[in-house]
Design a binder for this molecule. Structure first.
Ligand code: PEP
Ligand code: MN
Length: 683
């Protein structure tokens, strides 16, 4: 036995012990579920408790020298499994005897098709693995359940990139089956081949036309390759297997490749990332769901061809304070230009307020049918929390009153940016799941994205220190054309991956109007740099984007000019702008620029937009950054943006002003203590 074998045997023993513990944990979860099933007063979920549990796990992990972020990620899955287990238990208890002992699940396609994978996920917590039966069409899958050949069918309903799947809607409308569940599947298209050959060997790529279309940019980059449409993604995997030549490849999921013995040649090749499909599960009978399980109800509605008919129906929902999550209109078969509506609402049909609203809708509609009521799976608010605080706990807050008078101005040149007289309201700008304008937000990261290691190391430091947004320049506005200009698109990819890995939204500078749309595909926030504050074509372009904008004050611009620049963005349609004071040019030469901290209060009195401070570029010297970040907090700013580098001496840009990981952690500790004293949460 080699040394390596010995160590591996030790790892196997540890993994077996981990599994034993998971089984033990699951048995305890079952007891918890049984208690909750008996006592309706007990909460099913307590997101605050979940957040505390994860934050404690993270801190304990840190103390043991583990990567807290990765450990928390594992525990999120553990908590999610526990939630799912408890929901299934409650559903089983509410429907005793309704569940067929041997599950047969119909889907369209062959082994490894996305419907099959989503079905395996949905039924994954059953003791016995269901039998999956593939059919040629959605209709045949539905008919198999109607004829009792299968117990359930799983059908794709909508895709976040391609939109609604009309055939499924039509089938739901015409069949008597009930929707009893939903599932989401993260679609990750991969290029699969017979053997790990270089991409230049590939001549033909098979897949479903939708998948070929979704990967068009990748395919365009493979010269001499023909794309061949095939009935579905998984069948194209089988086809490549049958053809037996290494020159063929298929586009499908990695799982389909694994099922049929193909290898992944390239992962994640779709033009658009974050491609999700929502599936529904249908059954002959409806199920009862415990009122503590957050449910969705799907309705089919036909209204009279009269003015205000739909509005009257929908106002019943508003009156009952029911949130509508989807409204889809489809023309009626055989009656062109008349429409039926598919409506999804949050709520359980057994709740009195939902029942009342449905009764009201019934009075106003020509036809109303409940297609189903089922636990919600696509609701991000129900996810196990991600915004877990991994930094050490702080003393309780002692609130201090800080209010700013509204500037008295009769006619302002920037009506959209101006704070409305008498109105205390301030705009909150949402970036990923972070809110600017609520508490004090810390944005941190390297001046420039230099390489993968540097960015990932920094992202970890930012995440573990309690920073909430990751910054990093990929297009750098450098004074000299010979200085490092940034990694461009490749850098954006690195920054995006680091953001995904450490669950941090990303902000990066965009310099050219023609780059805005492409940067916006990846960046959660678009930065307009000081040197571009009055680049009006750029301002108009980011004004058309749906991404929030971080607008930095020009180093030779007045506060009024900054507000007018913001007005350009707002006037073009984009109402989510965060302003940034980053220092201006004065006669003073001992710092890089002069930080105009007074601008924070002036801006707060003139505009409803959040204001943050960049002490790194304002002072230009590491030692001054943390004290001035504290001053920004005291001055009433909504946050700071600071530069951090794992090894400032090696930085390709702005090394002399970068915080080291230790200095960043120390700054965060100070800010949190100060924030606690001022009653301002620092995140
Ligand atoms: C930056 O934040 O990367 C930057 C270049 O700053 P500024 O535009 O404020 O100089
Ligand atoms: Mn910089």
């Amino acid at each position: 036995m080699t040394d390596l074998d010995g160590v591996r045997a030790a790892l196997d023993r540890i993994d077996a012990a981990l599994l034993d513990l998971l089984a033990e944990r699951s048995a305890v979860v079952e007891e918890v579920a049984a208690l909750k099933s008996r006592d309706q007063e007990l909460l099913l979920r307590d997101l605050e408790r979940e957040r505390d549990l994860l934050s404690k796990v993270g801190r304990d992990a840190q103390r043991r020298g583990l990567n807290a972020f990765h450990v928390v990620r594992i525990f999120r899955d553990v908590v999610e499994a526990s939630v799912r287990q408890q929901e299934s238990r409650l559903t089983r208890d509410a429907n005793t005897g309704a569940e067929p002992p041997l599950l047969r699940v119909a889907y369209q396609g062959t082994d490894g098709a996305y419907s099959h994978l989503a079905g395996r996920k949905f039924f994954g917590d059953r003791k016995e693995e269901p039998i999956f039966v593939g059919y040629r069409s959605f209709r045949q899958a539905v008919e198999a359940v109607e004829r009792d050949e299968c117990d359930y069918a799983i059908l794709p309903l909508e895709n976040s990139v391609a939109g609604s799947i009309n055939e499924t809607y039509t089938l739901l409308g015409s069949s008597k089956l009930h929707v009893v569940g939903e599932e989401v599947w993260q679609v990750e298209h991969c290029l699969l081949g017979l053997a790990p050959v270089p991409l230049s060997r590939i001549r033909r790529v098979y897949s479903h036309p939708q998948a070929l279309m979704q990967c068009s940019e990748f395919l365009d980059g493979l010269p001499g390759v023909t794309a061949e449409s095939f009935i579905d993604t998984a069948a194209s995997v089988q086809k490549v297997k049958e053809l037996g030549s290494e020159e063929n490849a298929a586009i499908a999921s990695a799982e389909a490749g694994e099922l049929h013995g193909l290898v992944v040649l390239r992962r994640d090749i779709a033009n658009q990332r974050n491609n999700q499909t929502r599936f529904v599960v249908v059954h002959r009978k409806r199920f009862q769901f415990d009122p503590r399980i957050p449910c969705r109800t799907s309705l089919l509605l036909v209204t009279d061809h009269k003015e205000g008919a739909l509005e009257r129906c929908l106002s019943e929902l508003a009156r009952a304070q029911i949130n509508m999550t989807k409204l889809e209109s489809r023309s009626m078969t055989n009656t062109p230009w008349e429409y039926q509506f598919y409506v999804d609402i949050e709520g359980n049909v057994d709740e009195p307020r939902v029942a009342r609203a449905l009764e009201g809708i019934g009075h106003n509609a020509r036809y109303l049918r409940v297609l189903g009521c089922y636990p919600r799976k696509t609701d991000a608010a129900l996810d196990v929390p991600r915004d877990v605080d991994l930094s050490p706990p702080q003393a309780p807050p002692a609130p201090v009153e800080t209010s700013v008078p509204v500037a008295a101005e009769s006619k302002v040149a920037y009506p959209l940016a101006a704070r409305r007289a008498g109105g205390a309201e301030r705009t909150q700008v949402k970036v990923g799941d972070v809110l600017f304008g609520e508490g004090f937000v810390v944005v941190a990261g390297p001046c420039a994205v230099e390489n993968e290691r540097q960015v990932f190391e920094t992202a970890r430091v930012v995440r573990e220190g309690g920073g909430r947004v990751l910054r990093g320049g990929v297009f750098k506005p450098r004074t000299s054309p010979y200085a490092f200009q940034g990694l461009g698109w490749e850098g954006l990819d690195i920054l995006w991956r680091a953001g995904q890995e450490y669950h941090l939204p990303i902000v990066t500078e965009v310099m050219a109007p023609e780059d805005v749309a492409r940067v916006a595909e990846r960046a959660d926030m678009l930065q307009v740099g000081a040197r571009n504050m009055q680049n009006f074509s750029l301002l108009k372009e980011v004004g058309q984007s749906k991404r929030p904008v971080l607008l930095k004050r020009g180093m030779m611009s007045s506060i009024e000019e900054l507000l007018l620049a913001a007005e350009y963005v707002l006037a073009a349609g984009n109402r989510h702008v965060v302003l940034c004071e980053r220092g201006i040019r004065t006669f003073e030469t001992s710092t890089r620029n002069t930080l105009d901290l007074g601008a924070v209060q002036v801006l707060k009195s003139k505009t409803h937009l959040p204001v943050i401070v960049d002490p790194s570029h304002a002072l230009g010297i590491t030692a001054y950054v943390a004290p001035m970040a504290r001053a920004a907090l005291a001055a009433g700013a909504d946050g700071v943006i600071v530069e951090v580098h794992p090894r400032p001496a090696e930085a390709l840009c702005d090394g002399p002003q970068a915080l080291t990981p230790d200095l960043f952690a120390a700054m965060m500790g100070d800010l949190k203590r100060m924030g606690a004293a001022l009653g301002i949460p620092v995140r």
